[in-house]
Ligand binder design. Structure first.
Ligand code: F58
Length: 852
């Protein structure tokens, strides 16, 4: 392409100089000092780790921006189809470490910083996490933008630039306390504030009709009552092993310059200014619920604000190249809806095409439905979005009309296909009649050409449960599966550099190309009987466990011995994820050990015949309004206090709760775990992605037959995972039985309840709701049904781990465990998010990567 060649030749000079910081120490140091002295206005004599982080980040960022600008220009000139990933959450974590890896300049940066008197790890630790997400859904979006860049797709993310990310969790007296996460305290070197990109977004107001004398038609117009500006902040997303650097555009809400003159003239200047300032509250804070929809007006405002700004940006970009050639729109644009949060985009695009661009309804609708696709992340009723019709009508009067029209035409089509089936029509209606509300998932299905679940089991479940009727209406082809994945750049190379290096060596891959071709891990199988290799593998795990133990010590002051089994459950706290099942089993173990000791059995005998030494490690945030989840956190902490203080027990059992679990901590916790828990009630966890992170880092899994555990088992082999529990197909029957025949608490669990009620772990009142929900309220999450199966699974796995614990030098009995670990990692290639993106590209977006 000649335009590109001209561009490249013109750009050579400046880009080469700036980009050389990635491989030249001199250049890095020169730029670093320049940033300290100019950008930061400080002197090198007074440069602390924080300033060093900022200067180093600015230095690397400058290089990144060259790639970013070139990528945008190339993509514009190539004019291919672009993918837009709309997600209300991007749980990015830290940017600097990731940039060093994707730009392959970690060594150069480390050495340069050393020469300047800094230590890379200390500098990296200065960066606050970009925690603009709750959990799995937000982190998935972050992995996906990494893969879009790394696999050379032209793909942007669109989201909100919250000033406060997910709250900081403090544990005080065993209770969760939430503190605001003002992550923008210092300037953020990884963002480009694009103050010139401003898009007005309207709310409220009224709809009026206009007669067009030329066509004789009636045109609908919306006159908004409140206007807010959407201002762009761009985050460059570097790909690994490629110059392709996509954009993540996050919007900020800002007041407009327009002024309410009626108020001003009435002398109410203060009020008028205050109203303007309220605009900023739209992007002020991330809603902290995981798998629960709170239905607040501000939340709906966030959704429309983000969707309107993003769509107008997309449409503007299209029109710049293709004018009003709308037929081409679906060849240029694919939009993925990450859950139903961006579903108003369907309505907004229809509004743009019909009201603003003058297209006929049907023509517009066929464009809309070819552009959108929707990903579902849950089957749980309380997490499915429903917005009251009144609220939608007040905030977005024209949109409500369009929703009604969409529903009307859709139901007409259903009636045509299934004449007389009134009940089907009632069931699939986008409008729920009581209470009157808009079902966003139904709107998303009707407005999309594909709907996908996030793991095989989950994708099957949505077809047979919540979306069953839509399979009948649209056919099964509309519904598909894309099993989730994780980026191996962050979750292997960055989190576990030593393991990544050992793998690179064994694969004879000094450039670490396997990180974008994760299937290559399979070659590790040939070393599974190689003694020296197993020794090295185990030593790395042991080293990572030491790091995790140091983190635990720093955050909780609890000592855990790295030679015991590290048994980890870190994820959002939720009854369906069943941290209560885990802590009840820990209590059972403790009580049993105490009983044995009281009968004169020695610690040595217990270790030999009953329980191996272990540390149970928990972490995760509870939604601030979720009482039951907070009670679980409190119980874990109280149990920990009692057990950890029990001198008789020593290192046979420890319980820790790591406060403020986040992406950066996950990068230390995942590599340092022997065993991780993914023990949701079967059928409730759509996929899970931390299961993949642990397995990729050589940890084994104890889990239920749920979400992606099923496919992990298929890939790594069932002899390498500890599965237990009732299957999804039995869940409904068991729940029914609980309600009609009562809950049967097994003897083992009864012992646990008794101890809690006898106040072994503090006032029993505190934990009453937890026990009552099981004993008297139907045990919805099947704790009683799975408890003893969980204990049995532990017995089995502890036999494999061996009875003496083990360190790097004493690992004879660990051989079997280490082999399972190697075997698992060798077969985790499937779970790279690169594979997900390729599947979306081929089956849903119809796009191809550019040849870089
Ligand atoms: C999670 N959902 C699923 N939702 O629970 C998990 O199984 C899956 O692996 C992951 O998505 C990625 O597909 C999830 O994290 C939320 O946090 C929403 C936030 C906004 C309110 C509704 C829940």
């Amino acid at each position: 392409n000649s335009q590109l060649t001209i561009l490249d030749s013109k750009r050579k000079q400046p880009s080469d100089t700036v980009k050389s910081v990635v491989d030249s120490k001199e250049k890095f140091e020169e730029e670093f000092v320049k940033h300290v002295e100019t950008s930061l206005g400080r002197s090198m004599y007074n440069c602390d780790d924080l300033a060093a982080y900022q200067a180093a980040s600015n230095t690397i960022r400058d290089a990144l921006i060259i790639d970013w600008a070139n990528t945008q220009q190339k993509q514009t000139i190539q004019d291919g189809k672009r993918v837009y990933y709309l997600s209300l959450e991007f749980l990015m974590g830290r940017a600097m470490d990731n940039a060093l890896i994707n730009l392959k300049c970690e060594n150069n940066t480390r050495q340069s910083l050393n020469e300047l008197g800094f230590n890379l790890e200390d500098v990296l630790n200065q960066e606050p996490d970009a925690a603009l997400g709750n959990g799995g859904l937000g982190r998935l979006a972050a992995c996906f933008v990494d893969s879009l860049s790394s696999k050379n797709y032209s793909g942007w993310g669109y989201g909100l630039n919250y000033q406060y990310g997910i709250f900081e969790q403090k544990i005080i007296d065993g209770y969760q306390i939430e503190a605001p996460d003002y992550w923008l305290k210092y300037s953020n070197p990884w963002v480009l504030d694009r103050n010139e990109i401003q898009i007005p977004v309207d709310f409220y107001g009224y709809v009026y009709e206009e007669h067009d004398p030329n066509t004789g038609k009636v045109k609908k117009n919306w006159n908004g009552g409140e206007r807010v500006l959407a201002v762009a902040s761009d985050f460059p997303i570097p790909g690994y092993n490629t110059d392709n650097t996509n954009n993540l555009r996050l919007w900020n809400a800002k007041p407009t310059n327009e002024f309410d003159f009626t108020k001003f003239n009435a002398g109410d200047y203060q009020q008028s200014v205050a109203a303007q300032q309220r605009a900023e509250s739209i992007t002020s804070v991330l809603y902290p619920n995981d798998n629960f929809e709170s239905g607040k007006e501000l939340r709906l405002k966030q959704q429309y604000f983000w969707v309107a700004a993003s769509l107008h940006d997309i449409v503007r970009r299209f029109k710049k190249q293709h004018k009003q050639n709308w037929k081409k729109f679906p060849d240029q644009v694919a939009i993925q809806l990450n859950d139903t949060h961006p579903t108003l985009a369907v309505v907004e695009l229809q509004r743009i095409l019909v009201d603003l661009e003058g297209l006929e309804w049907n023509e517009a609708w066929s464009i809309v439905t070819s552009v959108f696709a929707y990903t579902n992340h849950t089957v749980m009723a309380e997490a499915l979005e429903k917005w009251p019709v009144d609220l939608v009508g007040r905030l977005l009067p024209r949109h409500l009309e369009i929703i009604y029209d969409i529903n009307f035409f859709f139901l007409k089509e259903v009636e045509r296909k299934f004449p007389g089936d009134r009940d089907l029509i009632r069931r699939v209606s986008i409008i729920d009649e009581s209470p009157k509300s808009v079902k966003m998932a139904f709107l998303a299905i009707v407005g999309s050409h594909k709907v996908n679940g996030v793991a095989e089991l989950h994708s099957e479940l949505i077809k047979t449960t919540i979306f069953k009727d839509f399979v009948k209406v649209f056919g099964a082809e509309k519904f598909t599966n894309v099993t989730n994945g994780i980026t191996p750049r962050r979750w292997l190379r960055q989190a576990n550099p030593k393991l990544a290096a050992l793998i690179a060596e064994k694969l004879n891959d000094p450039e670490y190309d396997y990180l974008t071709n994760l299937g290559k891990l399979k070659q590790l199988e040939q070393f599974v009987d190689d003694e020296d290799f197993l020794k090295q593998w185990h030593a790395i795990k042991f080293d990572n466990k030491r790091k995790l133990a140091a983190l635990v010590k720093e955050l909780t002051d609890i000592d855990i011995d790295p030679s015991v089994l590290f048994d980890v459950q870190v994820k959002r706290i939720h009854e369906y994820k069943r941290q209560q099942l885990n802590i009840f089993a820990v209590i059972y173990r403790y009580l049993h050990i105490k009983e044995l000791l009281s009968k004169g059995v020695t610690i040595e005998e217990i270790k030999k015949n009953y329980y191996i030494p272990k540390a149970s490690i928990f972490g995760g945030k509870a939604a601030p309004g979720y009482y039951m989840a907070k009670t679980i956190i409190h119980l874990i902490n109280k149990v920990g206090e009692v057990i950890n203080a029990d001198k008789e027990i020593g290192n046979l059992l420890k319980v820790v709760f790591i406060p403020d679990y986040n992406v950066s901590k996950a990068e230390i916790i995942c590599p340092g775990s022997d065993l991780s828990n993914h023990i949701s009630t079967a059928g409730t966890e759509a996929s899970g992605t931390s299961n993949m992170k642990f397995a990729l880092n050589g940890g084994l899994i104890i889990g239920t037959v749920d979400g992606a555990n099923v496919e992990i088992t298929r890939e790594i082999g069932e002899e390498n995972i500890f599965l237990f529990g009732n299957l999804a197909e039995s869940v409904e029957e068991l729940r029914h039985k609980h309600v009609f025949e009562g809950v049967n608490v097994p003897e083992t669990l009864q012992v646990v309840f008794n101890a809690i009620e006898k106040e072994v772990f503090g006032p029993a009142d505190e934990f009453k709701s937890l026990i009552d929900s099981i004993r008297y309220h139907g045990d919805y999450y099947l704790v009683t049904d799975d408890f003893e199966l969980f204990l049995d699974a532990h017995k089995k796995l502890e036999k494999v781990y061996g009875h003496d614990g083990g360190d790097a030098t004493d690992r004879g009995h660990l051989q079997e465990w280490v082999k399972k670990s190697v075997w698992s990692v060798a077969n985790m290639g499937f779970f790279s998010s690169d594979r997900c993106i390729d599947e979306y590209a081929e089956n849903i977006w119809n796009v191809e990567p550019s040849n870089q």
